[in-house]
Design a binder for this molecule. Structure first.
Ligand code: IDC
Length: 358
């Protein structure tokens, strides 16, 4: 048994360097057996001791078992982290430093790179500038691997069925380049509109999935559902035939309430694994009021069912769902007293619940 943890005495940059090399050693030499914190006598740990083993070193290869996402030891786990904003409009946050900051200061265990595909009239996005958008996403993936957190590679489109060939090529490339890393989670369609699960969405997902599985047989693939990834009930009885599939549930808590939780519960009861790759504490527009009580009801629901989440979004746009004030730096270092209301709420929630990973 090979147990490693670093105490907070060695803080700052040096500890990061040590930790990186520890992660590397663990990855290279002991891929399956890196942890067993039960062996640690907590009485012997001083208050100042901090376990800094990364979430990926601890959980390792994720998979789906029944309606849960589980770690390498088959224990159900729950990730909490942030979604970046559309890459084509806010690429300044797709930096190594921002990812490391979110891991270190917010204690995020997952980050979502929301690669814009075709939205807007400004001809930005992967369809128009594939190399530019891809590079941003690869930056984030590389940083997440370095930080030891999970990373969701999101095809952020509302019309992905119109770009099936492009999606196949992109995800095959990601799988080929990064598929051997347990950090990777594929989200192959952010939010379909009002199109059929049976006739449009399931065939789309199967086609992209089969490209991914040529190179990556293990990492989880998350599939979007009808009407902005809300109708997770519609996959019941017609799920995708693969061991490691989860389905996307998106909500904005000032708009979507008990009715959507009931839909989610139907899917959970049918043994379907859900992943909230995106939610807001605002209205569905990304703006409007913040209903704190409803946001808490949702968090309780997600905790009860161990559903992982990413919050929308790391952005400095003037809208209520943006976590950062206008003009925030693209490289982290954000003053905790200057975050928006949403940013503060979400950071507090993450820091309270992700305490195992500092
Ligand atoms: C929103 C942004 C907003 C932008 C809009 C463009 O917050 O600034 O003008 O996209 O379409 C989603 C989407 C996500 C949306 C978000 C808020 O996945 O892209 O971002 N939202 O409307 N689904 C439900 C809400």
């Amino acid at each position: 048994m090979f147990i490693l943890f670093i105490v907070s005495v060695s803080c700052g940059k040096d500890s990061e360097i040590i930790k990186e090399s520890v992660d590397k050693v663990m990855e290279d030499e002991v891929p399956e057996e890196t942890d067993d914190t039960d062996d640690m006598d907590s009485d012997e740990m001083e208050d100042s001791d901090v376990v800094t083993e990364s979430v990926v070193a601890t959980y390792g290869q994720l998979s789906v078992q029944g309606n849960k996402i589980v770690d390498k030891n088959s224990n159900p786990i729950q990730l909490r982290g942030m979604s970046l904003f559309w890459s084509q409009w806010m690429g300044q946050f797709y930096t190594r430093e921002a990812v490391i900051w979110l891991k270190d200061d917010w204690q995020a265990t997952v980050i979502r790179a929301a690669m814009g595909i075709d939205e807007g009239e400004d001809k930005q996005g992967y369809i128009y500038k594939p190399e530019i958008e891809k590079e941003k996403v690869f930056n984030v993936i590389d940083a997440a691997i370095e930080a030891g957190i999970y990373v969701i590679v999101d095809w952020h489109s509302h019309h992905a069925e119109d770009y099936l060939e492009e999606a196949k090529i992109f995800f095959a490339e990601v799988a080929q380049k990064y598929g051997d890393k347990p950090n990777i989670i594929y989200e192959i369609y952010n939010e379909p509109l009002d199109v059929s699960w049976d006739n449009v969405l399931k065939p789309y997902h199967e086609a992209v999935l089969s490209e991914i599985r040529k190179y990556d047989t293990k990492n989880i693939v998350i599939c979007g559902t009808r009407t902005w990834s809300q109708r997770v009930d519609e996959v019941i009885g017609n799920t995708i035939n693969d061991d490691n599939i989860a389905y996307t549930l998106h909500y904005y808590s000032s708009t979507h309430k008990q009715e959507l939780r009931n839909i989610a519960k139907q899917a959970i009861d049918a043994n379907i694994a859900l992943f909230v790759t995106e939610f807001g504490v605002t209205e569905a527009s990304g703006n409007g009021i913040i209903d704190t009580a409803e946001a808490i009801l949702w968090w309780n629901f997600l905790d009860e069912h161990k559903i992982s989440w990413c919050n929308w979004s790391i952005a400095d746009k003037e809208e209520a769902s943006a976590a950062l004030p206008p003009g925030a730096s693209g490289t982290g270092g954000w003053n905790e007293n200057q975050l928006t209301t949403s940013g503060t709420m979400v950071r507090d929630e993450m820091k309270e619940k992700n305490q195992d990973f500092k």
